[in-house]
Design a binder for this molecule. Structure first.
Ligand code: NDP
Length: 401
C-alpha cells in the first residue's frame, strides 16, 4: 500500500457516498480520492469533482457522462471522464486504488464491486444487493484474491465490531458464536393498521423514523425486505447458517446488532443512527478516526425496546428466508424481483402490498439454478426482472379491466 491509500467511491452521489466524502473530509491526509462515480446526477458529481479533485469521474449513463465531460473540460481538464459499466469496473480495479467503497444501489453495483474483490482491494461493502445476488461467487473471489471485505451496513458493521479481532469475512467462521441478533427498526409502518398498508404512498414509505437513506433502501426498510437481504448478507459475511441469525425489532435504532457467545456473553455495538460511524470504522479499520457523529447520550435515549418481528405485517422477511433456504439462484431472483417491484411502487404503478405479491409469484415461476458462474447469475437476474415486470403488467391490466 502506498503512503496515502487511494480510494474509489462507487456511488459517490448517493446517501452513503455523500456521508463517505464527509468522513474523508474530516480526516485530511488519511486517503486520496482517485475516482468518483454516479449514474446520472451530473450536477452533484461535478460539484464533488471540483471539491475532491479525483483523477477519474465515471457516469454509468453515457449522455450524463458527455455532459460532465463538457463541464469538466472547462473547469478541471485534468479529470478523466469515463462512461458505462466498463468505466465503473475500470476504476474499481486500478493499481493506484487500495480501497473501494461499494455504494451503488442495487444489482447495478455487482460488476464493479466484484471487480474490486477480484483485484484484491479493501472492499467497504454497503451494496448488499451485490452479495445477496452472487454470494458464493463473490466470497470465493474474496478468498482467492485475499481482498479484505469490511461491512458498512450498520448491523453487519456492528456484528463485525463484536466478533473476535482476528475475524475477517471470507476466512474461517468466528469461534464460539451461538447467535447473531440483527436489529431492525420496523420502519415507518411498524404500528400502522394492516388494512391501511395497501394505500400508503412512496413519500410515507420513504419517511424512515430514524435513518436518512436513499429511496430504494427506505422502501426496503418499510417492507423489511432490507432485513431479509441483511440476513442473507450476514450468512455470507460471517459464514454462519441462517438458524444462527435472528431478527429483533428494536424501534430506537440505538443497538445496531448483537453477538451472543457460547458462554452466555452478549456483545453489542450502540450508537446514534448515523451511517458515518460504520463508514468511518470501515475506512480506518483497524484504527479509529473522527466521523462527525456526536456521543450517544443514554439518559436522553432512556429506554431500549426489543420485540419479535411480525411476519404477517412483513411478509418480505419470510420470502427472503424462503429464498435463502431454496439456495442456488433463488436469492438472485428475490433481489431482482424486489428491485423491480420497489421501482414500480415508487413510480405509482404498484401498491405497497403488491411488493411481496410480485416477489412471491416471481420466486414461484423462476427455476432455481446452481450459481456456478457470473453468466448464470446475470441470466437469472434478467429472467426474474422480466417475470416480475410481467406480473406487474398483469396486475395493472386486471385493475384496468
Ligand atoms: P442512493 O440511492 O442514495 O445512491 C445510490 C448511488 O448509486 C448514487 O450515487 C447513484 O447515482 C448510483 N447509481 C444508481 N444507479 C446506478 C447505476 N445503474 N449505475 C451506477 N451507479 C448507479 O442509495 P444509498 O446510498 O442509500 O444506498 C447505496 C447502497 O448502500 C445500497 O445498496 C443500500 O442498500 C446500501 N446501504 C445504504 C444505507 C443508507 O443509510 N443509505 C445503509 C446501509 C446500506 P445517481 O446519484 O447519479 O443516481
Amino acid at each position: 500500500m502506498s503512503a496515502t491509500p487511494g480510494i474509489t467511491l462507487l456511488g459517490s452521489t448517493g446517501s452513503i457516498g455523500v456521508s463517505t466524502l464527509d468522513v474523508i473530509e474530516r480526516n485530511p491526509g488519511r486517503c486520496r480520492v482517485v475516482a468518483l462515480t454516479a449514474n446520472s446526477d451530473v450536477a452533484r458529481l461535478l460539484e464533488q469533482c471540483l471539491k475532491f479533485r479525483p483523477r477519474y469521474a465515471v457516469m454509468a449513463d453515457e449522455s450524463a457522462a458527455a455532459r460532465l465531460r463538457v463541464q469538466l473540460r472547462q473547469q478541471a481538464p485534468d479529470i478523466e471522464v469515463m462512461a458505462g459499466v466498463d468505466g465503473l469496473v475500470r476504476v474499481a480495479e486500478l493499481d493506484e486504488v487500495d480501497c473501494v467503497m461499494a455504494a451503488i444501489v442495487g444489482a447495478a453495483g455487482l460488476l464493479p464491486t466484484l471487480a474490486a474483490a477480484r483485484a484484491g482491494k479493501r472492499v467497504l461493502l454497503a451494496n448488499k444487493e451485490a452479495l445477496v445476488m452472487s454470494g458464493a461467487l463473490f466470497m470465493n473471489e474474496v478468498r482467492r484474491s485475499g481482498a479484505v471485505l469490511l461491512p458498512v451496513d450498520s448491523e453487519h458493521n456492528a456484528v463485525f465490531q463484536c466478533l473476535p479481532p482476528d475475524f475477517l469475512p471470507g476466512r474461517a467462521s468466528p469461534d464460539g458464536v451461538e447467535q447473531i441478533l440483527l436489529t431492525a427498526s420496523g420502519g415507518p409502518f411498524r404500528t400502522t393498521p394492516l388494512e391501511q398498508l395497501a394505500s400508503v404512498t412512496p413519500e410515507q414509505a420513504c419517511a424512515h423514523p430514524n435513518w436518512e437513506m436513499g429511496r430504494k433502501i427506505s422502501v426496503d426498510s418499510a417492507t423489511m425486505m432490507n432485513k431479509g437481504l441483511e440476513v442473507i448478507e450476514a450468512c455470507w459475511l460471517f459464514g454462519l447458517p441462517e438458524s444462527k441469525v435472528q431478527v429483533v425489532l428494536h424501534p430506537q435504532s440505538v443497538v445496531h446488532s448483537l453477538v451472543q457467545y457460547r458462554d452466555g456473553s452478549v456483545l453489542a455495538e450502540l450508537g446514534r443512527p448515523d451511517m458515518r460511524t460504520p463508514i468511518a470504522h470501515a475506512l480506518a479499520w483497524p484504527e479509529r478516526v473522527a466521523s462527525g457523529v456526536g456521543l450517544l447520550d443514554l439518559f436522553a435515549v432512556g429506554r431500549l425496546d426489543f420485540e419479535p418481528p411480525d411476519l404477517d405485517r412483513f411478509p418480505c422477511l419470510a420470502l427472503a428466508t424462503q429464498a435463502w433456504r431454496a439456495g442456488g439462484t433463488a436469492s438472485t431472483v428475490l433481489n431482482a424481483a424486489n428491485e423491480v417491484a420497489v421501482q414500480a411502487f415508487l413510480d405509482g404503478r404498484l401498491p405497497f402490498t403488491g411488493i411481496p405479491r410480485v416477489i412471491e409469484a416471481t420466486l414461484e415461476q423462476c427455476p432455481v439454478q446452481s450459481p456456478d458462474s457470473l453468466d448464470v447469475i446475470l441470466e437469472a437476474d434478467s429472467a426474474a426482472r422480466m417475470t416480475a415486470r410481467a406480473q406487474i403488467e398483469q396486475g395493472l391490466r386486471r385493475a384496468g379491466s
